[in-house]
Design a protein around this ligand. Sequence first.
Ligand SMILES: Cc1cc2nc3c(=O)[nH]c(=O)nc-3n(C[C@H](O)[C@H](O)[C@H](O)COP(=O)(O)OP(=O)(O)OC[C@H]3O[C@@H](n4cnc5c(N)ncnc54)[C@H](O)[C@@H]3O)c2cc1C
Length: 504
Amino acid sequence: MEHAQAVVIGAGFGGLGASLGLAESGWRVRLFEALRYPGGCASTFTKGQDRFETGATLFAGLGSDGLFGRWLQQHHQKLQVTFPDPVVELRRAEGSLLVDASRDAFIARLCAIPGAPSHQIHRWFALQSKVADALWPVLADPDRLLPLDARGIRWHLSRLPRYGVVLPLVGRSLGDVMRSHGIHDFEPLRTWLNATCQITIQCSADQADAVMALATADYFFRDAGHVHGGIGHLAQRMLTVLDELGAEVSMADPVGALTWLPDERLWLVTSRRHEVKTPIVVANLLPSALAGLLDSPTASLDKLARRVAHSWGACMLYLAVDPQAVQRVDAHHLELIDDTTTPLDQGNHIFCSISAIDEVERCADDSRTITVSTHIPLPAGRLPERSFVEEVQANMWRTLRRRAPELAAGVRRKWQASPRTWQRFTRRPHGRVGGPPRHAGLGAYLTMVNKPIEPGLWLVGDSIFPGQSTLATWLGGRKLAGRLARDTKRSPRLLAATQDDTCS
Ligand SMILES: Cc1cc2nc3c(=O)[nH]c(=O)nc-3n(C[C@H](O)[C@H](O)[C@H](O)COP(=O)(O)OP(=O)(O)OC[C@H]3O[C@@H](n4cnc5c(N)ncnc54)[C@H](O)[C@@H]3O)c2cc1C
């Protein structure tokens, strides 16, 4: 029987953030991952001789002052990152719209479109930038998330005047705010906002919580980065640092059961190859997946599972294309929309991320890789019908052929993935990915504090606030680690349970 001060289940970015936060605080951590490689939805996998991004492709926090950037410097880890500008090219029947890395450049581009309502566009972005400036820095430090300690309280109090702009927006939808600012009828901006809401907070602008949507619209203007060779390199760097900090990492070792031992007040974690006793378990899992590991699931898990029940699945195309088919030499990202008047899911809207020409490790030949994704709705409690998945994949190909015919014509090798594939690889039940949509209303604000499921049992990941992106899940994991390290110092029982002589 082995012992650990904390066990983390899953090396997605939520689990990596929690493991690193605890290991950096001096805890003896044990991390279990079912796959042979880390990163989960934000990983890089090999298929044949090609290396593809699994899901996530464009990342916040990688700049030198971002959370990832600072962490890499602190641990002397190098990562080659490029910050594309334009960040994204949005192609639809109405034309191509480049989205610049600078908000001002993007505003100028929008205002130059014939018939653009320049005054309203400026007013809109004045509001958007104020909301983003108020909220985006919260993502730069876990201590700024709830529950706050004295330092976090001081930080928020010092910024109180900035939050004034946020209050009148609480409970409203982004679509409503767009209408009141006179920009809802301006198609290029409406389409961009719709597409951005879909990929960041998982719903349309008309459904989206205005505050979260205005803040996350800054995603493109805050050093959105592409990792040379794949995001898997960042996840691997994190495993390297965990190893240096003395954490035990068991890859290809899925956890199959979690049992509470009431006499010892410890959890017994049973994986394929190990049995570990620990006072703290951090599960980087969907609530329903955690429920499947427990003897008797709790009411709080059921409640969390109901929230996630509205989240999406993803259909994917993984393509290796002739380099001649790609116009630019650097990595770039295309959003392709077949019809801007219908919902941006089910292959009508696809996000395509193309590797740079010098990412030679991607393919054995000179091909460039493309990861293509779209949202697919999932029925309650089961996988979608195969015929529906095939229809969505056919829509993805149609949108690719119509909006990027040069890429479609250059395909050398192709693979497809569906919610079933996501379920098989990431073990996310029914392939639910991306976290619950942030719909307008007060619901999004009631779930901002992570609470334990049972004594010593916690969830992290994109089903838990702030969730929904690689950076946000990592931040959530680090926040929990900071809380646990602090609480342990305060609680003699927990301290005793986590000390070496108890757990050796
Ligand atoms: C198609 C797609 C595109 C996206 N694009 C972006 C993007 O461009 N930028 C961005 O920032 N975010 C993006 N996201 C969102 C982001 O990838 C996710 O929100 C985030 O990576 C989720 O991390 P997580 O830690 O919550 O979970 P996961 O990534 O699902 O990690 C969970 C881990 O736990 C492991 N596991 C599961 N069960 C067990 C078990 N029993 N035992 C041991 N291990 C287990 C899994 O193998 C997995 O590695 C995208 C997501 C998708 C699906």
